[in-house]
Design a binder for this molecule. Structure first.
Ligand code: KG4
Ligand code: ZN
Length: 337
């Protein structure tokens, strides 16, 4: 596969990601995770994140270029996440990407982080093409998007309160499972019974929307009561049951959108899609209905530089103009705006 060589930079939250793509071919993708630095605070601390990006970004960019086996002169364009995300974290990546592009006299493309997640299945599966319904579920966002064509998106629904990843993180903290909560609950659930506790599946009357704050209240209330009356199930049973409630809602609402739009392709992305139970149950349901499901590897579902570069590859191929040098980050960027 050939195409422009794009350096992609992602620093919207707590992972520094840099990748080199040649067309949609990933030549290198490297990551510096800050998980350990945030774990002792029980969540992402914006100031800590920004400082960690400052330290990681330059060596990581060098590493990505070396691993890709290219000379920096071969880079055709630089792509950087412009939003949404933490303002300090975004600023580090965008300023670095902008200065790199400017000094090399290469175009700069500021990318919407969520559009990056939308593109991740395209990197993983050559035959993946819109129209598609895409489930995006991460720490900051949960959305169902009708991708009519690349660049043409209709947001069908989303969370009215917490994002799915946020629900995992908050519930894990409450259960003493540490940070980040998604992988911890995924792990804890391995030996649990998903039907041990029937937690509520909220917003049945709104076909494409999610609400996870009610689940959080319900789990907390349930655990407090069960502790008092001595009926507490095992922690793996509780973890598996609450995970099942989140997974069921994400899958149900996605298929509601599939039925309404009549599309036969489903894509998915965002950190929550790394969840083993979600991947397994989603696949079973897609197979049962005869719909194509495209979930990239867990490493492409969580934040990375490759997904950011891939959006720029599409833009360049379509002849889009790069960002003006005067542009800055947009922490509240919205998909399609
Ligand atoms: O997309 P992402 O890497 O960063 C954001 O853009 O937010 O998503 C991070 C979120 C966190 O809330 C994390 O707990 C969740 O994804 N996550 C998972 C799993 N791995 C990461 N949630 C459930 N199961 C997992 N295995
Ligand atoms: Zn993300």
């Amino acid at each position: 596969m050939s195409g422009p060589i794009v350096l992609g930079i992602e620093t919207s939250c707590d992972e520094t990601g840099v990748a080199v793509l040649e067309g949609f071919d990933v030549r290198s993708s490297v990551l510096a995770s800050q998980v350990d630095e945030h774990a002792r605070f029980g969540g992402v601390v914006p100031e800590v994140a920004a400082r960690a990006h400052v330290e990681a970004i330059r060596p990581l960019a060098h590493q990505a270029i070396t691993k890709a086996g290219i000379h920096p002169d071969q880079i055709d364009a630089v792509a950087v996440t412009r939003g949404p995300g933490l303002v300090g974290a975004l600023t580090v990546g965008y300023a670095y990407g902008k200065s790199l592009a400017y000094s090399m006299q290469r175009p700069l493309y500021g990318i919407d982080h969520m559009e990056g997640h939308l593109f991740a299945p395209r990197l993983a599966f050559e035959g993946y093409e819109p129209p598609a319904v895409v489930l995006l579920a991460s720490g900051g966002h949960s959305q169902i998007v009708h991708v009519k064509a690349w660049g043409d998106y209709e947001i069908l629904g989303g969370t009215i309160d917490d994002a799915a990843g946020e629900a995992f993180d908050k519930l894990a903290r409450y259960m003493g499972l540490g940070f980040p909560g998604g992988p911890a609950i995924d792990q804890e659930s391995s030996d649990g019974d998903p039907s041990a506790v029937d937690f509520p599946r909220a917003l049945r009357d709104r076909p494409y929307d999610f609400s996870f704050s009610g689940l959080k209240t319900s789990v907390v209330t349930y655990l407090d009561k069960a502790r008092d009356d001595g009926s507490l199930p095992s922690r793996p049973d509780v973890a598996a049951s609450l995970q099942e409630a989140i997974v069921d809602v994400l899958i149900d609402k996605t298929f509601n959108a599939v039925e309404a739009t009549g599309v036969e392709v489903i894509g998915a992305g965002g950190g929550v899609l790394a969840n083993r139970r979600l991947r397994e149950k989603f696949q079973e349901e897609a197979d049962r209905r005869g719909v194509g499901l495209f979930i990239p590897s867990p490493a492409l579902c969580t934040d990375n530089g490759a997904m950011i570069a891939s959006v720029a590859v599409d833009r360049i191929t379509d002849g889009h103009e790069p960002d003006p040098w005067t542009l800055d980050v947009d922490p509240s960027m919205r998909l399609g705006s």
